[in-house]
Ligand binder design. Sequence first.
Ligand code: GSH
Length: 219
Amino acid sequence: MSIKIYGDAGSGSLRRVTAVAAMLNIDIERVPIDLFKGESHTPGFLQLNPHGLTPVLQEGDTVLWEASAINLYLAEKTNSELLGKTPAEKFEVLQWMFWSGEQWRVFSTLLFDEWAGAIFMGKPKVDAIVQMATGRIRDAAGVLNAHLATRPFIVGDALTLADIDIAAPFSQYTRTGAPFGEFPNLVAWQQRLLETVPAWAATRDEVEKRIAGALEANG
Ligand SMILES: N[C@@H](CCC(=O)N[C@@H](CS)C(=O)NCC(=O)O)C(=O)O
């Protein structure tokens, strides 16, 4: 049975899933959803995810949304060490994944939305949002920077799903202005992922091509 993954090539959330599927050698059928055309809000798509958000996985009767849940599904299927190698590591991976959703990516998403709204919809950026999100990112990045001073990856001595979740906002940070560049251990860790995880570099290029194309089309 094929595993369908719905999403837009420009999406950092889709990138988390396509990168992990590639690392696990899981064949997926990509179903393009053009977010610039609002295709995640059609009645058909809303049947898959009533929130109108991508990525979505569909395998037979199984429909899953939220990239972290999809990645856990894929990693469980293959009993992958991306889940962590020991029971203690597995809980630590989950800890960082939940933290990433609630305390980390959310602020990068706010910056992305402000940037994209201004570029593609001519909506002026709301300074209060930009300042609040930038401050929250700085606070969290300081902790991550200290955490990464003594270890190569977020949990244990190897790549896990925690790295993927936390690394995702790097997809667009030079455009959105997220202040990651102020944190050397964070920058070094991101570079390490790009150099040692081919799927992370390949998916970065895919996102970049899609967003650069959209910017060009937008004039
Ligand atoms: N927490 C969700 C975030 C999903 C999300 O924000 N997806 C964006 C693309 S990165 C989307 O589909 N946006 C469509 C829209 O807002 O209309 C996840 O991790 O999967």
